[in-house]
Structure formats: C-alpha cells, structure tokens
Write a protein of this length. Structure first.
Length: 290
C-alpha cells in the first residue's frame, strides 16, 4: 500500500503534467515515439530476448544488424512495437476487454506462432507460472471477468494499487500459451492511458524484483513489491515528461553533478529514492537543468 505522501506525490505530478501539457501534443507524441524502442527492449529482455536496446532500435528503424538474429526475435520486436503504438493511439477511445486483449495478442504473435495468436488457451493447454500451474483453460473466461470486476470495484484505491493488482491477477491467470508477460505489461499502459495517466516502462534491470513480486503475490496474496515497481516507473515517467515539457536542458546526471559541483554518488542515491527529479532514459540517469 502506498503511503499518503506517495499518493500525494503522484497526484501533484499528474496535475503539473496536465498544466504543462496544454498545447504541446506534438512534443508528447515525439516523446511517446522515442520511448517505443526502450519499452520494446525492456519488455522483451524480461522474457529473455538477446537483443540490446541498440539492436532493437535498428530493427524498428529497418537498419541491418551486425550479427545474426533469429526471425522470431525480429518479429517479437516489430510486433511489440505495433502493440505499443496501437495502445498509445487508441487506448483513450477504446475500452479494454477480452476482445481487445485477444486483438493485441494476435498482433504480438503474428508471424511467430499464428496457430495460437489471438486466442486463449483451450482444451488441455495447461501452462506453468513460476512454481505453480495456471488455472485451467476452462476457467479463463471467468477469471478475466473477475479480474475486470476487481479492477472496477477498486475505485477508492489509487491508480498504482489498481494497476499492480490487475497485472498480478492477469499474469497469475496466464490466459495465453505464449506472450502473457509482454501483453500484461502492455495492458498496464492501456489502463493508465485510459485513466489519463502516463505510460510506464518496467525495466529489465528490475527483473529480479519484478519476479519476486509474483512470488509475494502467489504465496501471501500481497501486492506491495509490485506497487513499488509501478510507483517508481510512474514517477520516472512523469519526471521525464515534465523535464521536456518545461523546456529544460536534458543532461546526464553525471554532467549535472560536475557542472553544479555536486557529489555524483549522492545524486544517484537521491535519484534512486526519487527525491530529485532525475529519470532513467535508455539505462542512463538524466535530469532537466535550467
């Protein structure tokens, strides 16, 4: 559960974002477009893709790579980019339900495994989630309905708690044979955008903590670790957008420390605690400088 201070911080960042976003839709669109590479890289890397962020960017820009990469990994990058862009462009106008989830999954697995693309598990298609077996295929429809009911019933809860619970419920249900993680993380952003928040990026660097969040949920039915991950990602996303919207000069935190004669390690610690408006971009700590 978030502290009252954390809830207030999200609310204040959101209000500030709305204030500075007025009349700057083109800039926001450019920010979203440049984030696609990073979102695709991180989500695929969590699922053991070997692509670097630079290789992911080259694939999406249709630039030849310096090494052999399987057709599957190429399609995984391109397809997830399509899912990400579709959500960015349509989430505000189209409600999220089972049909939309199936549509996004079909995009994700197109030309990878067309036999299972765009459909839930059926028959004897059981899958393992961590150390336990996911619910039977016959329970998926009811599980999805319950998941959405829980999300809508949590109107009194803050957005971080709602998204964390939804994501944990979805991944525990594991409705697909393949692609559950990438679709699940994409759905987080679908819901955030529909609720008029900014999209987030769960980083590959946080994968161990991310997996621990599922263990915590499966064993103790707790959502605290996932809430911490979602909260950090949301604050990071607001810090980044506000730096650009305010017209600040975006510099590396190391350069900021040098020019302001500050301790770089101390600033890194503050950035990790999110007590300064630094944000992670392409794996590097950045900050807006006036």
């Amino acid at each position: 559960m978030l502290t009252k201070k954390q809830e207030t911080k999200i609310d204040n960042l959101r209000k500030e974002y709305f204030k500075y976003a007025l009349g700057k839709q083109q800039l926001l669109r450019l920010i979203s477009e440049t984030e696609v590479f990073e979102q695709v890289y991180n989500s695929n890397a969590i699922e053991n893709s070997t692509l670097t962020i630079e290789e992911t960017e080259k694939i999406l820009l249709q630039i030849d790579l310096d090494r052999y990469v399987s057709e599957r990994e190429i399609h995984e990058a391109k397809n997830l980019a399509c899912v990400t862009e579709y959500i960015d462009n349509n989430a505000k106008d189209k409600a999220l339900g089972a049909d939309m989830i199936l549509f996004l999954h079909k995009i994700l697995l197109s030309n990878i495994n067309n036999d299972i693309a765009g459909r839930f598990r059926i028959g004897d298609e059981y899958v393992r989630v961590g150390n336990h077996i996911a619910p039977a295929p016959s329970e998926i429809d009811e599980g999805l309905e319950k998941m959405f009911m829980t999300y809508k019933a949590d109107a009194s809860k803050n957005i971080v708690e709602k998204i964390a619970r939804f994501h944990l419920d979805f991944e525990t249900l594991h409705p697909f044979i393949d692609g559950n993680g990438r679709i699940g993380r994409s759905l987080n952003n679908y819901l955030l955008i529909r609720e008029e928040y900014v999209p987030i990026n769960i980083r590959f660097l946080d994968r161990e903590e991310y997996y621990h969040a599922f263990r915590e949920f499966n064993i103790w039915d707790k959502t605290e670790i996932m809430e911490k991950i979602i909260y950090r990602a949301l604050v990071n996303s607001y810090y980044k957008r506000l730096a650009y919207l305010k017209g600040l000069k975006i510099v590396k935190l190391s350069e900021y420390a040098k020019s302001h004669k500050l301790s770089h390690p101390n600033l890194i610690n503050k950035a990790k605690r999110q007590t300064i408006a630094a944000f992670m971009e392409r794996g590097i700590w950045m900050i807006g400088d006036e």
